[in-house]
Design a binder for this molecule. Structure first.
Ligand SMILES: [Ca+2]
Ligand SMILES: [Ca+2]
Ligand SMILES: [Ca+2]
Ligand SMILES: [Ca+2]
Length: 615
């Protein structure tokens, strides 16, 4: 790669690069990094950021507060015990190609229809050689495959990859799960650098690649995806976030020191428009990206969350962009979306600068009845915790809360709201890991490998970091990317699945969460899509109060959590009310329901099945 192609970084790039370099190093590297006056002006402006690593921000280690819920609650690494032995192939060969840093995602979903969460781990492969045009042929016996693990109902899984139909060599990134043909079996969409795949679930843990016949063609840099019935016709449509225009032949040469190649930041590459595929039925999809108004070519998208932010019953989309403004697409009920991110206050961080946004989720963490947004951001940028004020405006509450202080230094990919201690309040999980292996050498406070963050919701909009109290396994420093939750062992509490870049996947069992009571709700649509994606489940109980959540695909980073909704009931022995608002418009009142069971609710029918723990 010729030096003539050295990338000159502008002001925006500096903000991200400077912390990497440290000021002294910057001075030495100026000839390489700084193109002109604008950039130098940027240097002065950015040094303030550098000089303030913000007190107490060595925070993953910040102690758990004394008030931590169920004492002794922790997450245990059961990966090996569960029979999971996956290693992600990033395709890394020292060439520092951008995609190597970004995968992979993971999914918890019921692949074989037995009611228990199975695991899908996305994998990469060898990248093409420059100038050779095209991807290397599948490499026979050394195939680099995604992994499908089926749940044995006893805490272990069996590797069912080979012969599943998901055993396709590809440079995979993310996954989204939804039953797009309403046949009762959950189908799988996988984003991949060498072309996305739609896999139809044929039953019994077998899948068929139907990408071509479905009319889906996303030869881009797909990352996170989400199934969403945006036009409420009962058929799940598909949103696919695309990142940047990159290929081996378009790869640029960036450097931290002017000598060795480093990973280019996304500013170096042009954005890539995201995709929206409308489900036509009969297994066919139509690309409506342009018609719907979501194909912004400047976006560099890594995350997508489906939410109804304005409460009109129509699903909206929040798209997290890396170094570009985030987008909030308001559903206009006519197949189109209006982009309102700037006015809604979610496009930028508090300082008016676009951040490096990765994973994202939406949830009502304060019982306001509205979905708020959680956004994982780059190192030296806090998590975003955008509070939905109810008037179309969001306010980032992270800077004034423990969430911001404790997440300043970490680089967060997977991120979501979930109630790990089942007290009825949504907590926050963030999976972290940097891009640059060398980051710790040039910026001592930032690490390549980082433990995850866990924030316990104290009520009143307040959180405390409790990760340090979650056990040694949980606090291992890793290069995390994807993250998902499910109750894989059917004991009522939510367990964690985390993938790492170029490393193993981890299964963490929640030990102690179920000392509180819980209610799990599985939705089956009839007029609405079969999964009930988009359904709002409402639960009330004496002490835990009113809660709700929306069944959703997407969220986190490149990953899919189980579609069953879990509610913490604290000490309450029953929910005094259970209601489901279906995307079709049907509203169901299901009355009182005893705690500590999983109920299956069928639209227009009611509760058809009740399962206690372990079933
Ligand atoms: Ca299906
Ligand atoms: Ca639809
Ligand atoms: Ca909680
Ligand atoms: Ca569990």
């Amino acid at each position: 790669m010729s030096r003539a192609r050295v990338v000159r970084v502008g002001y925006r790039n500096l903000r991200r690069v400077l912390p990497v370099l440290g000021l002294a190093a910057v001075v030495g590297a100026l000839p390489v990094w700084l193109g002109g006056r604008t950039a130098l002006a940027g240097l002065a402006g950015t040094s303030a950021t550098l000089a303030t690593p913000v007190g107490g921000a060595s925070a993953p280690a910040a102690a758990a507060g004394a008030g931590a819920a169920a004492g002794g609650l922790h997450f245990t690494d059961v990966t090996a015990k569960a029979g999971i032995h996956f290693l992600h192939n990033s395709g890394r060969t020292g060439k520092k190609y951008l995609p190597e840093t970004l995968g992979p995602g993971c999914a918890f979903f019921d692949a074989d229809g037995d009611g228990w969460p199975d695991i899908l781990l996305i994998n990469g492969r060898e990248l093409p050689a420059a100038g050779k045009g095209g991807w290397p042929a599948a490499s026979g016996r050394h195939r680099s495959l995604p992994a499908l693990y089926l749940n044995n109902h006893d805490g272990t899984f069996r590797d069912a990859t080979v012969g599943s139909g998901l055993d396709v060599e590809m440079y995979g990134m993310g996954v989204a799960v939804g039953d797009y043909d309403n046949d009762g079996r959950d189908d799988v969409y996988v984003t991949a650098l060498d072309g996305d795949h739609l896999f139809h679930n044929e039953g019994g843990g077998h899948f068929r690649d139907v990408t071509r016949e479905a009319g889906i063609h996303n030869q881009s840099f797909g990352t996170s995806a989400a199934w969403v019935d945006y036009d409420r016709d009962g058929k799940l449509d598909l949103f696919v976030a695309n990142y940047v225009q990159w290929s081996v032949d378009k790869d640029l040469w960036c450097s931290l020191d002017g000598v060795a190649k480093s990973y280019c930041t996304p500013e170096s590459y042009k954005g890539a428009p995201s995709k929206l595929y409308h489900n036509l039925g009969n297994g066919k999809f139509e690309d409506v990206s342009h018609k719907a108004g979501i194909d912004d070519p400047t976006s560099k998208s890594l995350g997508v969350a489906v939410l109804d932010y304005d409460g009109d019953g129509w699903p909206d989309l929040f798209v997290a962009n890396d170094t570009q403004p985030n987008k909030l697409y308001r559903n206009q009920h006519d197949g189109t979306f209006a982009e309102v991110g700037l006015g809604a206050g979610v496009a930028f961080g508090e300082d008016g600068v676009a951040r490096g946004a990765m994973g994202v989720d939406a949830g009502d963490y304060d019982g306001s009845g509205r979905p708020h947004l959680l956004v994982g951001n780059f190192a030296n940028e806090m998590l975003g915790l955008y509070h939905n004020e109810g008037n179309g405006i969001f306010v980032d509450r992270a800077p004034s809360s423990a969430v911001g202080r404790a997440s300043l230094l970490t680089l967060t990919f997977g991120a979501f709201f979930f109630d790990y201690d089942l007290d009825g309040r949504l907590d926050i999980f963030a999976a972290n890991g940097h891009i640059e292996e060398e980051i710790g050498r040039v910026q001592p406070k930032v690490a390549y490998r980082e433990p995850p963050l866990l924030f316990r919701n104290l009520g009143g909009g307040r959180f405390e970091p409790v990760g340090a109290a979650m056990g040694a396994d949980f606090n291992r420093a890793i290069v995390a990317r994807g993250a998902a939750y499910a109750d894989f062992d059917h004991d009522g509490d939510l367990d964690l699945l985390i993938t790492t870049n170029g490393g193993p996947a981890y299964l963490f069992r929640n030990d102690g969460g179920n000392r509180n009571h819980w209610l799990r709700v599985r939705t089956v649509g009839t007029r609405s899509n079969r999964d009930g994606i988009g359904a709002v489940v409402r639960v009330a109980s004496a002490a835990a109060g009113k809660q709700w959540s929306m069944v959703r695909s997407g969220s986190s980073y490149c990953s899919q959590s189980e579609l069953t909704q879990t509610f913490g009931l604290g000490r309450d022995a029953e929910a005094t009310a259970l209601e489901v608002d279906w995307p079709s418009g049907a509203k169901q009142q299901l009355g009182r329901v005893a705690a500590n069971q999983t109920v299956t609710v069928v639209e227009d029918k009611g509760i058809v099945a009740r399962e206690g723990p372990g079933r």
